[in-house]
Design a protein around this ligand. Sequence first.
Ligand SMILES: *Cc1c(COP(=O)(O)O)cnc(C)c1O
Length: 221
Amino acid sequence: MSAAAVEGLAAVEREVAQACRDARRDRDSVTLIAVSKTFDAAAIEPVLAAGQRVFGENRVQEAKAKWPALIAAHPGTTLHLIGPLQSNKVKEAVALFDAIHSVDRPSLAEALGKALPASGRVVELFVQINTGEEPQKAGVAPHEADDFIAACRERWGLTISGLMCIPPVDEAPAPHFALTAKIAKRNGLSKLSMGMSADFATAIEFGATHVRVGSAIFGHR
Ligand SMILES: *Cc1c(COP(=O)(O)O)cnc(C)c1O
């Protein structure tokens, strides 16, 4: 399985590079986040050994159990939280993660506004947009995004780096990527976390700066 993950990483890296060439973008303008959720340290080690240094997890507790030892063994590794964050886990999240992609509601923004200065840590923040306005999905509705971003900045003192989206599974992703890019642009945000195993090449075409790729690297969960 570990050899398969290293091959998966190499294949994804080739596809990311090709998508960048197709879009006439520098390879350096896209960060590949290897999403290691549900995989244990033994499965992650070979991917670290292959040189990958940016990883994504969707649960604070799972990441806390796996990552401190892996990070200590592989300096320079950064960890991105891509899943929902409960306000009562904010302190732990801020201590462990270098980026949070799921800022999606006032109570969380307020908690981050308190926890971040107290932690002394720099954590890159992305506001999650629910582009498909799916009731079961986290994220700010597109028409509420401008006000929410402004409140994050002015009311809670947060520096927002970019936007994140997860398009509906049963729809073409391109319009969702385009909408996210448009909301980012009008709010002066330069980073776009969009694209997963099935659609990261399209996301790069639409300006993704961070692609979150799990199963194409690690295999089925
Ligand atoms: C699991 C997950 C991914 C990775 O999904 P794959 O289809 O396995 O690449 C990306 N983003 C989020 C928010 C996820 O929860």
